[in-house]
Design a protein around this ligand. Structure first.
Ligand SMILES: Nc1ncnc2c1ncn2[C@@H]1O[C@H](COP(=O)(O)OP(=O)(O)OP(=O)(O)O)[C@@H](O)[C@H]1O
Ligand SMILES: [Mg+2]
Length: 582
């Protein structure tokens, strides 16, 4: 609620004013019932409320007076309906804006969080927060506001009863307190089910994500049933929870309706026993009958709020943990600084399960072509993530241009690094949009040059829509090699000082890969090129070879430079030297 109040700010004042005006109009229209009932029962106005109004009506006959009073009543009801419409529209707009603001804030915090933290988050956790929890949060705030409105209406109505029938009002207040105490256990259960709901919702999201990601493989192996079973298990659990919640709500409604009927009867009898004048008693009963609806709404709201607060708590916890994880200093400079060297001094990093790198000392220079190899899981990608500042070393330091840099200082170098990871990521958009991603100033000519260098110009040129060809989700309309070529072209458009390809060419044939790397080496800016690969053919293009073994660097091999041609010791890779120049 506090987040909603912060968001709404001054906008909340007119909404609250409309709520109060609505409550006031409700009270006034109900007060009009007293003279109406008086005219109906006695043929003249009697009792309290607005009975004196009849004296101002310049008509003598009863029918005329009644027509005026009913006209006033109808006008009041119409004005109140307008006010309530305005109130609801304002609240709905506030709610939509609040959802948008919360979602954007979550995504902003997500992008500002360190990679090590983001990598540990389940995708479903985030999609559930963005998709469901944010809606629940807004709905909770909305229900709270509505409840405030309902309470203000009820207070207005109760004051009226207190004014015309004090004893009845005391009985109503006592019953209200008893009812509130009785509902507490139901609210506790609703809250418990709310927590289960959050967990089960996330589990369904997770299962759906897994199903989509693995469906191709599952189809190829006739294993769809296993996926469906898993998905059904989660949806059944979620639906079961929702059905149980509905069952309890309807039980609550039935008991509420029964209690309201009994209370009404008791009030009527009590009024007769207290010998209350019929117009007053009638009006009080009408008001009490009107109060029973909002009281039930209030109870339902309390139930829904109890059930939805866990979603609110889950979203708040996620945002809090994202904020706490933020290592990047927002005030850090965004100015881009050229990179000449990147090095590590005794760098150490361990993932949660124990894998990582230890005691890594290296210095890589601009203009070098460095090959990084080693068995799977030996720490190559972890090292690259440290080198690019995605991970912060737990020991030792990363140096750029000879200076130690922390997370916040890394920002100024990011524009100068092109990192192409193992799984080349493409947006579900056109090739043009993918190439220009994050850069507004890329010309079409530059795009074609980059596509030429990455060996993609031919297939892009041949496709019907050229640069405007859509690549579909995660580039699924392209072959693996084509995806990698687009990813490399996009990286080249950044004009980087450092190009890191982490097995980013493994889907490209060896001959094309050689041509692409030769193009990178020939770039006039002479970038540092770091190639992480298992392929001997690729390693033969490098001047230095770094081999990781169980998180450590094996003795480094410096390749001999013979007449400007990079070559690799044949005994190490088992293949003959290869000329770098085309
Ligand atoms: N996010 C992570 N959480 C937990 N452990 C991780 C994570 N990333 C990597 N590891 C572990 O750290 C070790 C090194 O992983 P890394 O990805 O650096 O290996 P790699 O040399 O790049 O392997 P490959 O050649 O298969 O890409 C592995 O044991 C891996 O299981
Ligand atoms: Mg790797």
């Amino acid at each position: 609620m506090s987040e909603f109040v912060d968001y709404a700010g001054e906008e909340l004042t007119p909404a609250i004013a409309l709520m109060l005006v609505g409550a006031l109009l409700e009270g006034v229209s109900l007060m009009l019932l007293i003279p109406i009932a008086g005219l109906l029962v006695h043929g003249s106005s009697q009792g309290g409320g607005l009975s004196y109004l009849v004296n101002f009506i310049p008509l003598e006959n009863r029918l005329g007076q009644m027509a005026v009073l009913l006209g006033l009543f109808a006008a009041m009801v119409a004005v109140r309906a307008c006010v309530l419409t305005l109130r609801d529209r304002r609240l709905a707009l506030l709610q939509l804006g609040f959802i948008d603001q919360q979602r954007s804030a979550l995504l902003r915090e997500l992008t500002a969080a360190p990679w090590s933290f983001v990598a540990s988050l389940r995708h479903a956790r985030v999609t559930s927060a963005v998709g469901n929890e944010v809606h629940m949060m807004a709905a909770t705030a909305q229900l709270l506001l509505q409840s405030i409105v309902t309470i203000s209406m009820l207070v207005a109505q109760w004051l009226l009863v207190a004014f015309i029938a004090p004893w009845l009002s005391l009985m109503v207040a006592a019953l209200g307190i008893i009812g509130s105490i009785c509902i507490v256990p139901a609210l506790r259960k609703a809250s418990h089910r709310g927590f289960q709901q959050v967990e089960r919702q996330t589990a369904v999201m997770n299962a759906a994500g897994q199903l989509l990601a693995g469906l191709k493989l599952a189809k190829a192996q006739n294993a769809e049933a296993a996926f469906l079973d898993d998905f059904s298990r989660h949806t059944d659990a979620l639906t079961g929870n929702q059905i149980e919640s509905l069952r309890r709500q309807s039980r609550l409604r039935v008991s509420n309706a029964s209690v309201a009927a009994v209370v009404g009867a008791v009030m009527l009898l009590a009024g007769m026993a207290l010998k209350m004048p019929p117009p007053i008693l009638l009006t009080a009963i009408v008001i009490l009958a009107r109060m029973s609806g909002p009281i039930m709404t209030l109870q339902q709201n309390a139930y829904h709020i109890a059930a939805m607060l866990p979603s609110h708590a889950s979203m708040s916890n996620l945002r809090k943990s994202l904020r706490q994880s933020q290592a990047d200093d927002e005030r850090a400079s965004d100015a881009s600084t050229a990179i000449c060297t990147i090095g590590t001094q005794d760098v150490h990093y361990r993932h949660a399960d124990g894998g990582g790198v230890t005691g890594v000392n290296l210095n890589l220079r601009r203009g070098e072509v460095v090959g990084i190899t080693g068995p799977s899981g030996s720490g190559k990608t972890t090292f690259i993530d440290l080198l690019t500042g995605l991970l912060q070393p737990e020991g030792g330091q990363v140096l750029v241009n000879g200076q130690p840099v922390d997370a916040s200082q890394f920002r100024q170098f990011r524009d100068r690094i092109a990192y192409i990871p193992q799984d080349s990521y493409l947006l579900n958009d056109t090739i043009r949009h993918n190439l220009a991603w994050g850069r507004a100033d890329v010309s079409e000519a530059a795009m074609w040059r980059a596509l030429e260098a990455s060996g993609a110009s031919q297939f892009v040129g041949q496709s019907q829509n050229g640069l405007d060809t859509p690549v579909a989700e995660r580039g699924s309309r392209l072959s693996g090699g084509e995806r990698q070529r687009i990813a490399i072209a996009r990286a080249l458009l950044r004009c980087p000082d450092v190009i890191i390809l982490d097995e980013a060419t493994n889907a490209i044939d060896v001959v094309s890969e050689r041509l692409i790397i030769a193009d990178l080496v020939a770039m006039p800016s002479k970038p540092m090129i770091v190639l992480v690969t298992h392929r001997p053919e690729t390693l033969r293009l490098c001047e230095r070879l770094i081999t990781f073994e169980a998180g450590q660097i094996a003795p480094e091999i410096h390749l001999r430079k013979i007449g400007g041609k990079a070559t690799l010791a044949p005994d190490r890779i088992g293949v003959p030297p290869f000329e770098l120049n085309r």
